[in-house]
Structure formats: C-alpha cells, structure tokens
Design a protein around this ligand. Structure first.
Ligand code: CAA
Length: 339
C-alpha cells in the first residue's frame, strides 16, 4: 500500500503552478488534435465534392450525347444544389489555385497578397522585360511568408498564353480562379495617338483577356467550377480624356465579361469585372502632377484608392460565397462615377 501511494504522489503535480502547466499542456494537445482532425475532414470534404461534381458533369455530358442534344435547359434545383454541394468547409479553402496576370504590378501584388491570405495558391505572370523585377518581387513575397509561382508570359500572344496555361495546369492540376489584371496605358488625345499605341493598348488590355481566358475555360467547365475576374476601369465605364485606346479596351472587357458570364453560368463558373477608379500605383503616378491633382479633386472620396481596397473586392468575387454573382461590373472608385 505504501509503495502505491508513493508512485501516485510522484505522478501528480505538486503545487498550483504544476497543475496549471499540466492543464495547459492538456488543452494544447487537445486543440492540436482537433485542428488536425478538422484539416483532414475539410480536405476530404473538398476532394469528395470536386470528384462528385466532375462525375456529375461527365454523366450529364454523356446523357446529352445520348439524346443528341447540344443545349440542355438547366433545372432550378440543379443549379441550387451544385453550389450548395461546393460550399467550402468553414475553416480553409485548401486546394484552389489562382492565376493573376500582371500579378507583380501595383494592383496585381495586392491581389496576390489578398488571395494568398484566403489560402488560395498563387501563380503570377509577368512579361519578359520585367524578369529582374519579377525575381525581386518573388523574394519579397517569400519574406512575407507567401508561396508564389511565377510564369513569364506575354499576354498579348495567344500561343504564349496557351503554353503557359498548359504548364500551369500540369503543375497544379487545376486553375480555379483567373484574374486578368495585366494592363498598360499609352495616353494621348486621339489627334496625336498613333497606330502603334492604339494596338499596344488593345493587345495588352483586351486581346489578352481572350488569350488567357480561352485556354482555361475547358478545365473549369470539366470541373464545374471557376471564377474569372477581369480588371476593367472606371475609364472604361465613363470614358476619359486622352484615353480612347484604354477606355475602348476597358469597355471591351465589360462586354466580354457579360457575354461569357451568360455562356458559363450553367457550369458553376462566374465571370465578373472589377472597375477600379484611380489607385495609388505607378500607373497613376505617371500622370502629370497638375492633371492628377485635378482628377483627385473630382473624386467624392477625396483621395486615391489603396491597391488593397481593390484587392478586397476581388477576394470576394474569387470566393465560393460569390457563386450567384456573375456578369457584373463592381465599381471601386470612391464615387467618381456612379452611372
Ligand atoms: N478634360 C478636358 N480638357 C482637358 C482634359 C480633360 N480631362 N485634360 C486636358 N485637357 C485640355 C487641356 O486643358 C489642354 O487645353 P488647352 O490646349 O486649351 O490648354 C488640352 O486639353 C491639351 O492638354 P494637355 O496639355 O494635357 O495635352 P497633352 O497632349 O500634353 O496630354 C494627355 C494629353 C496625355 C491625355 C494628358 O492630358 C493626360 O495625361 N491626361 C490624363 C489622362 C488620364 O487620366 N489617364 C489615366 C491614367 S491611370 C489609368 O488609366 C488607370 C485607371 O484605370 C484609372
């Protein structure tokens, strides 16, 4: 009896401090186990729901072939269930992959940071001439704790986009979110605008949206899920002095968005535009100061937007919660244009 009492007293903590340590270790272990269990369940849930959606899609495709029907009316409960089935587990969105063209630019960087915070894997593209900056940019993101893949791609070149899309899908197996953000300005009044600067802006800002979106939609359709977000501009909505090229391209993006939204709504894919106003980036910094001040004085919010404020809008449209929003132009412009 005596020896039993001794071993018991050795095993038990002696004072209140020891008790607290034992208690806190117990709770720590408890939380770690629960977290691990939740992570596994959430991954399993995500995987199962993806697989079921793919199977469903194939089954429906086969039925369509069988009945020789190319257009199939979508039943109300079918679309309801599809997105409900895909509601992400509360904790994490573990497997989504996003590609952000122009991801190393001012707004692009903020988008990468925001989507990365939402646990989406990030792939950013850049143009060859910016290689050095791109490498520094990647280092800077790594220091922030982000894992970002970089791909060199000239978005104005359809074949380059096709090749890049194939390489990214091979690497990650999927692309769920496409953000078309690459863009340039070549401002001049039309009477001074040359052909080269017209085409440069149309190619980089508008053709790029076709070039990049076209190769990705097949995979999205097969998986029955996708988020396509085109970064247009307030100047595509209202028109801007000195920007016939840019305003045309940005307005074109809006038309593209509306048309594609209608085509893809039945496949669990949303297509939206975000239309930023004037944002504190190098693009706006390049505007001559007196003109910039005149522009800011017309913004009801009285200031430029921060890139993160634009990125937050994109974060929402890239999430699973935005499933029923498609074909829209989300204005982030401080009241500059409310048309
Ligand atoms: N509305 C009406 N008149 C204007 C005007 C405007 N917004 N801006 C300039 N003008 C007038 C000038 O007062 C001037 O008139 P006078 O000849 O009577 O003096 C005339 O037009 C010529 O103006 P400039 O001297 O500025 O002409 P320029 O050829 O040197 O420059 C410009 C033209 C490059 C277009 C220049 O005005 C400019 O940079 N404007 C800003 C354009 C702009 O807002 N770009 C946005 C870049 S950021 C971006 O695009 C991101 C986004 O999505 C918002």
């Amino acid at each position: 009896m005596a020896s039993q009492d001794k071993s018991l007293s050795l095993a038990l903590p002696e004072g209140p401090e020891d008790w607290e340590k034992v208690q806190s270790r117990f709770f720590q272990n408890w939380h770690t186990s629960i977290d691990t269990a939740f992570d596994s369940i959430s991954q399993l849930f995500h995987f199962t729901s993806d697989t079921m959606n793919t199977l469903n899609r194939y089954q429906k495709d086969n039925l369509n072939l069988y009945f020789e029907s190319t257009t199939r009316p979508i039943e109300a409960n079918e679309t309801d269930n599809k997105e409900q089935d895909r509601v992400k587990p509360e904790k994490k969105n573990l497997t989504d992959v996003a590609i952000i063209t122009g991801g190393i630019g001012g707004i692009g960087t903020a988008i990468c940071q925001r989507l990365s915070r939402d646990n989406i894997k990030i792939v950013a593209t850049y143009i060859g001439a910016e290689k050095e900056h791109a490498m520094e940019w990647q280092q800077a993101r790594r220091k922030e704790g982000m894992e970002v893949d970089l791909f060199e791609c000239d978005v104005s070149d359809f074949n380059a986009c096709k090749k890049t899309a194939r390489a990214i899908e091979k690497l990650h197996g999927r692309v769920d979110v496409l953000v078309n953000c690459a863009g340039i300005t070549r401002d001049a009044m039309l009477k001074k605008l040359d052909e080269e600067n017209w085409h440069a802006v149309m190619d980089t800002n508008l053709d790029s949206v076709f070039n990049m979106t076209r190769p990705f939609i097949d995979g999205m359709i097969k998986r029955g899920y996708g988020r396509i977000i085109n970064i247009s501009s307030v100047n595509g909505q209202k028109g801007q002095f000195g920007q016939t090229n840019y305003s045309s391209a940005k307005a074109g993006m809006i038309g593209f968005t509306r048309a594609l939204a209608v085509e893809l709504a039945g496949f669990g894919i949303t297509v939206n535009c975000v239309c930023p106003g004037y944002v504190a980036t190098s693009l706006v910094d390049a505007i001559p100061d007196h003109i910039k001040q005149a522009i800011i004085s017309q913004i009801p919010a009285g200031r430029l937007a921060q890139p993160a404020e634009v990125a937050d809008a994109i974060g929402f449209l890239a999430s699973r919660e935005s499933a029923y929003i498609t074909g829209t132009e989300l204005a982030v412009n401080g009241g500059l244009w409310t048309g």
